[in-house]
Design a protein around this ligand. Structure first.
Ligand SMILES: *[C@@H]1O[C@H](CO)[C@@H](O)[C@H](O)[C@H]1NC(C)=O
Ligand SMILES: *[C@@H]1O[C@H](CO)[C@@H](O)[C@H](O)[C@H]1NC(C)=O
Length: 491
């Protein structure tokens, strides 16, 4: 069309000379007419990309005078086939192609100006590859106190990925380049929330938008520096150093073959184990931290033997918690069956003997041996050097069965431990402190025993009871103690 118009103008200039003057005037008039009414616009220039994503490309160009619209063409990479002509009415000189395919080369992109007379030639041509699509399905697959593992669905064309994350409360993100479809972030802080974790695909064309975001708290670190701060006949107090991110703690311990775990609510860093058995070894005591991410490893382990009910001078503590000192030099009933005071089914007695105390520079009373009498017969006698007698026979072994499976005697380090089946009870002896403790495994004993260790009825008020039922006050300890003396047993 353009060619035809130019030919017709040229033909005007080829008129005979006589017509030239008129022809010039006519041709100038025609040129003016063509220019004002039907001149083709010049091609747009300076087509430029102003921005692009995985699915869009934005352009600007320098418009053409007189244009009342533009056409944007682009071609398929490789085949060179025209993919689309987009008509853009009006005089605007920006456009954003949308709905494009990620990670795809769009080429021979050009604009042409349009007016009533026709369409201009093409602008400069450009080509551009869209960015890769954002990765999807980012998931946390595992975590520890110092790591978080992820998987994701990869993006076509991605050469690598940028993993972005924030440590809770931090203003600036951390970023790390990763490859493949899974990754484990390491070197993290225990008990900390990592949030706004997202992934971007990186290709030669650029960096995609963000994947979905995930968050994960790391498991807290194990508490440290667990220590025993105190203990009594029935309690062990503990303290430890706090762990970051703790929501609560768990206490673990091992006693007499049984593993126990108890929750400790809150974030305090002290705890007192209560209701424990006297003279008993609590071992493998540890604490763990709990938060929403899980449970930490265990702290260091400690162990502690609770105080004996009778020790040293002797200091006494009854089953119900009454404390007193009693210095006699005979054999006394520590505890016995009290249903029939004259014919008890069992008795545990202790031989109190005098001993010179270097520390106190005077004679003091010490427990010298412990006797366990069942059915009127002396079943076991524990000596102060950790030797023991069963039915009168002296034994030195570290383990022995009593009679026909009536119980066992175990000797370990400082302790002699006697387990009886009937009555169901245990008696422990600590050599260094001359300590004695009695544990009843049968609830029926509670309130049905008597002796220097009281009646075990849960009431501290009536513990100092003589065999005749008379209850003594602390000022009458001598009278109370002597009332439980075995006749003819004095030193
Ligand atoms: C413990 O003392 C008893 C009584 O004095 C004695 O017969 C025994 O040999 C001693 N045991 C040890 C291991 O010394
Ligand atoms: C003794 O008591 C313990 C603890 O309650 C129990 O496990 C055990 O079976 C009892 N033994 C006998 C012989 O009754």
């Amino acid at each position: 069309q353009r060619h035809t118009k130019i030919s017709s103008i040229q033909s005007l200039f080829s008129l005979p000379a006589s017509m030239l003057r008129f022809g010039v005037i006519l041709s100038v008039a025609l040129l003016l007419l063509l220019n004002t009414v039907a001149a083709q616009p010049a091609a747009p220039t300076d087509l430029q990309v102003t921005g692009y994503t995985s699915t869009s490309i934005s352009f600007t160009w320098t418009g053409s005078a007189g244009a009342n619209g533009y056409e944007l063409n682009y071609y398929e990479s490789g085949s060179g086939n025209l993919l689309q002509t987009i008509s853009l009415p009006g005089t605007g000189t920006t456009y954003t192609m949308t709905g494009l395919t990620p990670n795809t080369l769009y080429e021979l992109i050009s604009v042409q100006a349009v007016d009533a007379a026709g369409t201009s030639g093409k602008s400069n041509e450009i080509q551009l590859e869209t960015k890769p699509a954002a990765p999807t399905n980012l998931q946390v697959t595992d975590h520890t106190s110092t790591s978080i593992s992820f998987t994701w669905t990869p993006s076509d064309g991605a050469n690598s990925y940028e993993l972005n994350y924030y440590e809770s409360g931090a203003v600036s993100p951390h970023s790390v380049s990763v490859y493949g479809t899974s990754y484990t972030l390491t070197g993290l802080k225990p008990g900390v929330l990592y949030e706004d974790i997202s992934l971007q695909a990186v290709s030669n064309a650029g960096t995609s938008g963000k994947s979905n975001e995930v968050q994960q708290e790391t498991t807290p670190a194990a508490p440290t520096n667990l220590q025993v701060t105190g203990f009594s006949t029935t309690t062990i107090s503990l303290k430890w150093d706090a762990s970051v991110g703790a929501a609560s703690y768990i206490l673990n311990y091992y006693e007499s073959g049984v593993d126990t775990s108890v929750p400790i609510p809150g974030t305090g860093t002290t705890y007192t184990m209560t209701g424990l058995n006297p003279g008993t070894l609590y071992e493998l005591i540890s604490v763990q931290v709990v938060n929403s991410a899980g449970t930490s490893d265990i702290s260091n382990e400690v162990q502690q033997t609770t105080k004996d009910q009778v020790q040293k001078d002797p200091h006494m503590e009854t089953f119900d918690g009454v404390r007193y000192n009693f210095q006699g030099l005979c054999t006394y009933v520590l505890s016995q069956d009290c249903k029939n005071i004259n014919h008890p089914t069992f008795q545990v007695t202790a031989d109190f003997r005098s001993k010179y105390s270097e520390l106190l520079s005077k004679q003091v009373t010490r427990v010298d041996s412990v006797n366990i009498i069942v059915g009127g017969r002396q079943l076991v006698r524990i000596l102060n050097n950790n030797s023991f007698l069963i039915n009168g026979e002296l034994l030195f072994s570290s383990f022995a069965v009593i009679g026909k499976n009536e119980g066992t005697v175990t000797v370990s380090d400082d302790h002699v431990h006697v387990e009886l089946h009937r009555p169901n009870m245990s008696i422990s002896w600590t050599k260094t402190t001359r300590g004695v403790s009695i544990i009843f495994n049968d609830e029926a004993m509670h309130g049905n025993v008597c002796g220097l260790l009281g009646n075990f009825n849960g009431n501290m008020e009536d513990d100092l009871m003589k065999p005749n039922g008379e209850i003594m006050s602390h000022s009458d300890i001598e009278e109370f103690g002597n009332s439980w003396e075995l006749p003819g047993s004095c030193e």
